[in-house]
Design a protein around this ligand. Structure first.
Ligand SMILES: *[C@@H]1O[C@H](CO)[C@@H](O)[C@H](O)[C@H]1NC(C)=O
Ligand SMILES: *[C@@H]1O[C@H](CO)[C@@H](O)[C@H](O)[C@H]1NC(C)=O
Ligand SMILES: *[C@@H]1O[C@H](CO)[C@@H](O)[C@H](O)[C@H]1NC(C)=O
Ligand SMILES: *[C@@H]1O[C@H](CO)[C@@H](O)[C@H](O)[C@H]1NC(C)=O
Ligand SMILES: *[C@@H]1O[C@H](CO)[C@@H](O)[C@H](O)[C@H]1NC(C)=O
Ligand SMILES: *[C@@H]1O[C@H](CO)[C@@H](O)[C@H](O)[C@H]1NC(C)=O
Ligand SMILES: [Zn+2]
Length: 348
């Protein structure tokens, strides 16, 4: 609620008015936020049904599209695949707010919105997120029952159809990294995978937001063999990490999951790249272990501010690469990046 008697603190409007982006919100409030954000920004935002969870809740994504009669490409970003990583949904909401607040004044956002539609899924694992709020703060998986309901939860980020079940997983439902009964055994995984599969020729970039550890992770997790466009993937990620560090000095490591974190199979990032989406990254947001999954809410704002810079750096690069016509608006930093990279393009 907005106290109309208070003077406006900000020159730009809060969208929706009064929503506090620097605290964590339970699912019920995020559902309301999604409805309100589309109602108050109907020229740009539409809310779409993606699928249902195992407990029959609706998974929605928001589409930010500037009206246009020319063909556009898609940037996908999902948050909240792991229930306890609350900073992730907080970032997706922040991201949407920032885009809506600034697309008229920020030349970079204005330009990439001419070419790219942004598909944002604020909370993928809805059941797990609610369970983390109401029952067990550190819950990670979804809430599907196994073994006649004596055991709950599949790690949705081990359940995608990318070398499923081969490494860094468990077949025991009691495990945090239980990979499910088969690839895409879970409705949440299927909802994402079927949608991405359908749109894949238009999706240039797949971003999936996690915490914690301060990493930008490239494919793959299931093998140490680098993808064909590894050099470019690394280069863009390093550029993003540098932009991130420029804001508050937070240092991120960049590299493939299998080489700098651990091996895992069935991740959405690997799968997205394997089906042909050229730019696929996992973000592991703050912190690097002090608070871990229970990142204090006073770090939401700095975390989101710095992550915004990293994510828009990636989107801007992708925009420049596929829509070079916008080159008149390049910043000098981006020019250096482009000149350093376009030669070695080797996309799948
Ligand atoms: C938003 O929430 C944070 C954390 O609870 C609080 O410190 C801050 O005062 C709130 N902001 C507004 C405008 O209510
Ligand atoms: C799921 O919800 C829909 C309506 O939203 C209802 O028709 C359906 O019966 C529900 N299914 C289960 C398994 O609860
Ligand atoms: C599940 O329950 C059914 C019926 O009670 C039983 O036949 C089956 O063996 C049980 N399965 C497991 C894995 O416990
Ligand atoms: C997984 O991918 C393989 C090919 O890589 C395909 O044969 C299989 O049908 C896929 N499974 C699902 C559930 O999509
Ligand atoms: C699964 O793991 C639990 C906990 O470690 C163990 O008690 C149980 O025996 C395991 N089940 C199977 C089928 O291995
Ligand atoms: C954790 O991150 C902070 C901020 O970037 C940094 O100062 C610190 O050295 C990092 N600690 C470790 C153990 O990486
Ligand atoms: Zn995670």
């Amino acid at each position: 609620l907005v106290d109309e008697s208070m003077p406006k603190q900000r020159s730009h409007r809060q969208i929706p008015e009064g929503y506090n982006y620097t605290e964590y919100h339970p699912m019920e409030e995020i559902y309301k936020w999604m409805t309100q954000i589309q109602e108050s920004n109907s020229e740009l935002v539409t809310q779409h049904h993606l699928g249902k969870t195992i407990e029959n809740r609706t998974i929605y994504y928001l589409q930010i599209s500037q009206p246009s009669n020319k063909p556009k490409k898609i940037i996908w970003m999902d948050c909240g695949i792991h229930a306890r990583e609350w900073i992730s949904p907080a970032f997706c909401q922040w991201f949407v707010k920032e885009i809506l607040q600034n697309y008229k004044s920020d030349a970079m956002i204005r330009r990439f919105l001419q070419n790219l539609d942004l598909y944002i899924l604020p909370v993928l694992n809805v059941d797990g997120y609610i369970y983390s709020w109401e029952a067990e703060r550190l819950w990670r998986k979804n809430r599907s029952p196994y073994m006649n309901g004596t055991c709950y939860g599949t790690d949705l980020n081990r359940n995608f159809n990318s070398s499923w079940g081969s490494v860094g997983v468990s077949y025991n439902c009691t495990s945090e990294i239980f990979c499910g009964s088969g690839p895409e055994s879970e409705p949440e995984t299927r909802a994402v995978a079927q949608f991405i599969e359908k749109k894949k020729t238009d999706i240039l970039c797949y971003l999936t937001i996690h915490s914690y550890g301060q990493y930008i992770l490239t494919p793959y997790g299931s093998t140490t063999t680098p993808p064909s466009n590894n050099e470019e993937l690394m280069h863009v990620a390093q550029k993003a990490a540098a932009a991130l560090m420029g804001k508050h000095g937070t240092s991120y490591k960049v590299g493939s999951t299998s080489s700098i974190l651990y091996s895992n199979s069935g991740s959405s990032r690997d799968w997205a790249h394997m089906i042909g989406i050229p730019f696929s990254y996992t973000f592991e947001l703050r912190d690097n272990g002090t608070h871990g999954f229970t990142l204090p809410s006073d770090q939401i704002q700095p975390t989101c501010e710095e992550t915004m810079l990293a994510v828009t750096t990636i989107i801007d690069y992708v925009d420049q690469k596929y829509f070079p016509g916008g080159a008149v608006m390049l910043t000098s930093g981006t020019l250096v990046l482009l000149h350093g990279c376009l030669k070695e393009t080797d996309l799948v």
